[in-house]
Design a protein around this ligand. Structure first.
Ligand SMILES: Nc1ncnc2c1ncn2[C@@H]1O[C@H](COP(=O)(O)OP(=O)(O)OP(=O)(O)O)[C@@H](O)[C@H]1O
Ligand SMILES: [Mg+2]
Length: 249
């Protein structure tokens, strides 16, 4: 695998997507830009893209090993992921195991309330409309997805949740909630895309319940990159840490 970027086809708030020589494949570049509050709070944090690409790659590998279809083909080098090109579905699929964040602002849940049955929430992915929460009828009326696909998405998402939660627990991390995005590959399969990183998940240290994710940035804390680095060192195998020189940073 070599790093030869084709045409830039999409540039988002934290990643760029490039074409490759193969029309069904893209290179996802993880940038150092970090945003919160619908892009109102912005910064550039050195090495964020590096850590997020390593963490995402590891978690995609764990999901692939559990039989879940993902975009992931390989990490070309830190920051650059080779992936299946997807036609993205404009949904943010959020899974909640423990009450945190916007859920507490919108509903009378207790902080850190544990949900025996995970909550799956779907938001309309649209900066213009500020990612509003959907229900099934609205999602279908908008033509985002069919009833059958909604059922499939829920089933896949629950499997992803269980796989990630169990894996992260073995690494000393609690997974209170996370956001994922899906798309269709060239054979019209529904495939997990985008990223699974501290930008898109809540991660808490299992021992101390310390926050290890983008909430630190939202709160204006200075230790954001230390936390992302800690997640990378907790999640990756020694072999990967050595391969990507993480021990030396
Ligand atoms: N495998 C893929 N093929 C094609 N597009 C993808 C793939 N994975 C993710 N994308 C899309 O690429 C973009 C990634 O960029 P990024 O996450 O920076 O932007 P954003 O989604 O606009 O911002 P944010 O997630 O912060 O709202 C998103 O639009 C995402 O849906
Ligand atoms: Mg995004």
């Amino acid at each position: 695998m070599s790093l030869k970027l084709g045409k830039l086809i999409y540039t988002g708030k934290a990643k760029d997507v490039y074409e490759t020589e193969n029309p069904d494949r893209v290179i996802v570049k993880f940038r150092d830009d970090i945003t919160a509050g619908d892009g109102e709070k912005k910064d550039i944090l050195q090495l964020k893209g590096y850590y997020n690409s390593l963490i995402s790659s590891k978690l995609f590998e764990v999901l692939e090993a559990a039989g879940i279809k993902t975009q992931y083909i390989g990490l070309l080098e830190p920051g650059y992921m080779l992936a299946h090109k997807l036609e993205m579905i404009s949904l943010e699929v959020i899974t909640r195991n423990i009450a945190a964040g916007s859920l507490l602002r919108r509903f009378p849940f207790e902080e850190r309330q544990v949900f025996e049955k995970p909550i799956i929430q779907m938001d309309y992915k649209s900066d213009e409309y500020k990612d509003p929460m959907l229900n099934d009828d609205i999602a279908m009326a908008l033509g985002l997805i069919t009833a059958e696909e909604l059922n499939d998405l829920r089933e896949i998402t629950l499997k992803i949740n269980k796989t990630l939660k169990d894996f992260l627990e073995t690494k000393g991390i609690i997974l209170p909630d996370f956001k994922i995005e899906f798309g269709y590959d060239c054979e019209k399969n529904i495939v997990l895309g985008d990223e699974i990183s501290p930008d898109t998940c809540r991660y808490w240290d299992i021992e101390t319940w310390d926050v290890l994710d983008k909430d630190l940035f939202r709160q204006g804390d200075s230790g954001v990159m230390d936390a992302y680095k800690k997640v990378a060192s907790m999640v990756l195998d020694d072999e990967d840490l050595k391969k990507w020189g993480l021990n030396e940073i």
